[in-house]
Design a protein around this ligand. Sequence first.
Ligand code: G6P
Ligand code: BGC
Ligand code: BGC
Length: 924
Amino acid sequence: MDSVGPLGLQQGDGAPGCPQEALPCPSNSSELVQECLRQFKVTGAQLRQIQASFLDSMEQALSGQANPAPTVRMLPTYVGSVPHGTEQGDFVVLELGAIGASLRVLWVTLMGTEGHRMEPQSREFVIPQEVMVGPGQQLFDFAARCLSEFLDALPVGNQCLQLGFSFSFPCHQTGLDKSTLISWTKGFRCSGVEGQDVVQLLRDAIQRQGAYSIDVVAVVNDTVGTMMGCEPGAGPCEVGLVVDTGTNACYMEEARHVALLDEDRGRVCISIEWGSFSDDGALGPVLTTFDHILDHESLNPGAQRFEKMIGGLYLGELVRLVLAHLAQRGVLFGGCTSPALLSRGGILLEHVAEMEDPSAGAARVHTILQDLGLRPRASDTELVRHVCAAVCTRAAQLCAAALAAVLSRLQRSREQETLQIAVATGGRVFERHPRFLSILQETVMLLAPTCDVSFIPSVDGGGRGVAMVTAVAARLAAHRRLLEETLAPFRVTCEQLAAVQAQMREAMARGLRGEASSLRMLPTYVRATPDGSERGDFLALDLGGTNFRVLLVRVATGGVQISSQIYSIPECVAQGSGQQLFDHIVDCIVDFQQKQGLSGQSLPLGFTFSFPCRQLGLDQGILLTWTKGFNASDCEGQDVVCLLREAIRRRQATELNVVAIVNDTVGTMMSCGYEDPRCEVGLIVGTGTNACYMEELRNVASVAGDSGHMCINMEWGAFGDDGSLGMLSTHFDASVDQASINPGKQRFEKMISGMYLGEIVRHVLLHLTRLGVLFRGQLTQRLQTRDIFKTKFLSEIESDSLALRQVRAILEALGLPLTSDDALMVLEVCQAVSQRAAQLCGAGVAAVVEKIRENRGLEELTVSVGVDGTLYKMHPHFSSLVAATVRELAPRCAVTFLQSEDGSGKGAALVTAVACRLAQMTHV
Ligand code: G6P
Ligand code: BGC
Ligand code: BGC
């Protein structure tokens, strides 16, 4: 097995030396050389074909085509914007892979202000060959040692350093600091690294080294560093092109064209990884026998074919193979060879660049060839230069064809006929080869005539660019930390939820006993759920949710038919006088009767009144306090059935017979109980929130009787009004409560229900904007407007089917100038707020079902909960989070959640029907 040479190419077996007798220089040696070099000639047509096939491959990869797999990878880099010069700070940069068998460490200070720049300090370390092909841990430990050695020379003290890792190999990036190596290239072949996150490997090595506290905040491909390091004055570079040991390019693509990303706005930097471009149709004809030999003898045969025709690691080798070929046929050096000429890696890029340099002159070429152990004749030097020129010209032309494809792609993705663009270039082939850039420029102009391209050499091999990306990453990482700190109080633990459950149980027990408790536990005088024998036509009112509805409910053998009409309750009526409110209600009823042709008909009426009422009977309910934005005067402390009857009297609508007043939780329980007799709990999570359940009458101190059941309206919205929820309440909750029309009241409701979640989110967004984390710290008027962030936005933003772009659309409609990072953070804020709400609601339900189970002394309880409310119904995850929390906290209860289809109006009608049936039985 051949051993591996310095360039990662196996050692050949040709024996160096001269033929027995020196071979005369064949007369046609020049033709023989030209005939040999004709292979390296690439025609305009071939270049255009390569350009076209390259463009196809780019677009196939962008569209996510997997089969056949495109030969360029088009890897998103999570770099979304070119630097805007504000980046500042000290950064350490570690470059691995950009410059062959050595790594570089830099200390870069970004001054933030335009044009004012500090020269980076740097040091290069040669990587021993055995480290380049040994175990991965050895390589990363070597890198960590070099880092420490470099920092030992600097006054860094024990500050935490931020490091940008320039890792110039094909990687799948899943974040600015998370990148998995796909495959090694360029003579590297360490084991145990491919498929691994190279940032973690470096972090582990730095940990093992333990000398400095270094935070690796970004990993960047060298092309990206080159592009980002472009002098701001030179106009933003949107393409980064590296030709060093290897070759690759990156460019700013429209995010909407990258299938891998669910983004539709802005741009993202794509690392093309064009080294792997190969297309037998396009490249086949330009591959020479020397290319095949080089590839065959490389560490990665069949891979990186395009790179092996352009990269500095290979140019010298191609020249060597051609020279060896010609020498062994007596065309050059009199048929003499040398160990350097026959051993791989014998001729380096530096040799080729110098021999080609017109200023070098034949004498210099002669010396170089002598240093390679050859004895060149006068005619050889010119022929050798031809060989160098042929190899490098082709490399520059092929590179140009690929770059021209990138420019065409940019024109397409920006729908621009002409394109003015700056390309940042980096790498020793550019720095050292005398004509590479000029050939590249000429060929690009030929292949992309409608593009005006300026080439900007990167000043320090991209070190500054990597520091720029690191600065952006550091800023984003700092923002993420601030976001996590801000949202941490919303992350409720299982222990905390169990504590809420226990506190609610105690408050329930105190409320039932009539002791001081934030849970009023109000008897509703509903003693049974429907048994299906109810019959008749009933009017029902449904007040207290998003909409006020008047319903006609027909309960017949075949089931229940409902026709209803929604009426609005203007804020001025909801917060006007009680008389005005109830007159408005009766107006709606009369309007409904007329429309339904019921005028003059006396139908029993059930009134769903979704506010805390102390009921003295089925048709007597004293309003204790308004909630949910209602605040009509002269109602609290009044029997609302009386208020309604007085309004009916004022309107002479005497046929209206109010039979029952029920809370919407009770209406919902009854409505679902009609279908499922196990439904003994009613839950509302809408504008407000509340629950009721069937309690043992013996436990209800305020109602006489020890047998049977009584439905209890818990009014759990007020849970915690005694401060018992203090440990969970955040300063955002306090701000929402302070700004509400009933500060200090309904604290549990204000952490859960639809009227408040949007406001909690808005306050969190305001806080994060003030911290500069969101919206570039710009506090817009809109964001400071109360109730501008509707709770329905949470449901929309958190819906799984919504791509980030739609999240952005919702927020932009709110006039919020945002970046994609902002949209992601807003999504996380919504998730944190709604998750807490659902978990708290789940803790409440767990308390109720456990109470019923213990009431009945059951090991296991099977029970159904009738649920209604816009938030519960519309939010994509709320219901499942509630159910999951109940399973966690009440494992001995099998709870089924039934979403009420017809609202609680039907329930009110059923309560009325039961009341009427019971009334008839007493009259019989
Ligand atoms: C349904 C019920 C109402 C209840 C409402 C709560 O509409 O019929 O009685 O008040 O849900 O939900 P919401 O989201 O409207 O406040
Ligand atoms: C790597 C690229 C790198 C290029 C230039 C190639 O071998 O795959 O990631 O950008 O070399 O260093
Ligand atoms: C009210 C309850 C009602 C709940 C749901 C709360 O604000 O106090 O009576 O059940 O909202 O609508």
